[in-house]
Design a protein around this ligand. Structure first.
Ligand code: 6PG
Length: 230
């Protein structure tokens, strides 16, 4: 684990774009394609805008989601919609995007199908995580139903369905699909992109106190680089 601190969000986005683009290019050279799992939320938008302009062989990049809210892919709270509008534009329009949403009524019924979709992308070349001030990352929310399954390393699952406890952070969309801790941990590069004093304080305290919050639990089993800007 390492901290990378920036003075501005522009510098954070530019550096992250360099680091991620380099990893994707290396993976393309080595295995003919790169898979990049990205988070929703609001934080990654500036990074996505920089990435769209990077001259990568984007047709060899498979973009996937770290997590999804169980809403239609046209919904304003859909991570797939967010990634399509904010990332899959410009040069990056040539990349493929594999979403997590299926027509199933709930994420539990969809788990097998989503695992089948996501298996061929393994191991991810790069995973971009975000974090909430409640200590969740991906859709690994504290006290969520399904959290233990998401951290169960004896299972080979890539994706798992969860139901979060409703909070300001979750909004109405408590039913989620998320990458498992195992799938995230197996990635060749894992970056956590966070902004603001509050999230930094939450994370520093959680690390110090071995709080058992999902984000620090994940850090105990995966090498994660933290990129922070005010
Ligand atoms: C989601 C995300 C989630 C996100 C954090 C931070 O779908 O909610 O993927 O894990 O990264 O909630 O969100 P903000 O960037 O909006 O603070």
């Amino acid at each position: 684990m390492g901290w990378h601190l920036f003075d501005t969000r522009e510098q954070q986005a530019a550096t992250l774009a360099d680091v991620i683009a380099e990893r994707l290019q290396q993976e393309i050279n080595e295995r003919g394609f790169a898979s990049w799992a990205v988070s929703g939320g609001s934080t990654p938008a500036p990074l996505f805008r920089v990435m769209q302009t990077r001259p990568l062989p984007w047709q060899q990049v498979k973009i996937a989601l770290v997590d999804e809210r169980w809403v239609d892919s046209e919904h304003s709270r859909s991570n797939e919609a967010f990634v399509r509008t904010e990332l899959c534009q410009g040069l990056a329009a040539a990349a493929s995007l594999t979403g997590m949403k299926t027509p199933h009524a709930d994420p539990y019924a969809a788990e097998a199908m989503v695992n089948e979709r996501y298996q061929p992308l393994q191991p991810f070349s790069s995973v971009l995580l975000g974090m909430g001030a409640d200590g969740h990352t991906a859709s690994l929310f504290p006290e969520a139903e399904g959290l233990e399954a998401a951290f169960d390393s004896t299972q080979q699952k890539t994706c798992v369905a969860l139901t979060a406890r409703r909070s300001e952070v979750t909004g109405a969309e408590v039913q989620r699909m998320s990458l498992t801790a195992r799938a995230i941990g197996a990635a060749r590069q894992i970056v956590l992109m966070i902004t603001g004093a509050e999230k930094r304080a939450v994370l520093e305290q959680a690390i110090q106190e071995h709080s058992g919050l999902p984000v620090t639990r994940l850090m105990e089993q995966a090498a994660i680089d933290i990129y922070w800007a005010p």
